[in-house]
Write a protein that binds this ligand. Structure first.
Ligand SMILES: [Zn+2]
Length: 208
């Protein structure tokens, strides 16, 4: 394996930094892929720091964990400016998980880190449940040197899934459905383009 492998295995001390984006729908293995890169960076004696937004409380405050169970210590931050404050001078690899929840300024933060020679690895959902670009992700995809788009498996047909289907009480969530539900049970599935269903209120009324 050479140092020219995707993203490079060397960090700040070896030359210019870069931005890598790992993206896709829910259940596509983004976090597992980031953890794989971080394990390799650590073997290469790189100094790694991981950040995630404070609002992502799924697995507790200080861990990034894949559905497969692997984990890495992560610093939960209030906003993306805090990332810049908390990156240590000798850090060569910075990973940012759940990047879709950060402000658009995350692109600027990543750019500054890369300019400083840091290898920046960003993971996040490219689309929200409506199938629309999510937060700073479209900008990051444009800015990155390397993009890896992963796919899950469609729960309906078994083809590659690029989208996240939001379900509320067992039916597809409406386009205008609030992001935070009061009552009702909500779940998510991976779906392909053909089976991704986001009804508008008016369509539902028309059917009734
Ligand atoms: Zn499908």
């Amino acid at each position: 394996m050479g140092i020219s492998e995707r993203g490079g295995e060397l960090g700040a001390s070896a030359g210019p930094g870069s931005i890598e984006v790992v993206t896709g729908s829910m259940f596509s293995g983004k976090t597992e892929e980031v953890l794989r890169r971080l394990r390799r960076a650590r073997i290469a004696r790189q100094r790694v720091q991981v950040f995630k937004p404070k609002m992502d409380m799924r697995y507790g405050r200080d861990k990034v964990r894949s559905h497969a169970g692997a984990e890495f210590h992560a610093t939960a931050v209030e906003d993306c400016a805090e990332i810049l404050d908390r990156v240590n001078g000798d850090t060569t690899v910075v990973a940012i998980d759940e990047a879709q929840f950060f402000e658009l300024e995350l692109t600027e933060i990543c750019d500054r880190l890369a300019q400083r020679g840091v290898r920046v690895i960003v993971a996040g959902l490219d689309q929200d449940f409506r199938g629309e670009p999510f937060g700073p992700m479209p900008l990051l995809l444009a800015q990155a040197e390397h993009v890896h788009k992963l796919h899950a498996i469609c729960m309906v047909c078994g083809q590659a899934a690029s989208r996240t289907q939001r379900m509320i009480d067992g039916r597809p969530a409406l386009y205008a459905e609030p992001i935070v539900l009061v009552g009702g049970s909500e779940s998510y599935e991976a779906r392909c383009r053909a089976h991704h269903d986001v009804p508008h209120q008016t369509e539902i009324q028309a059917e009734n």
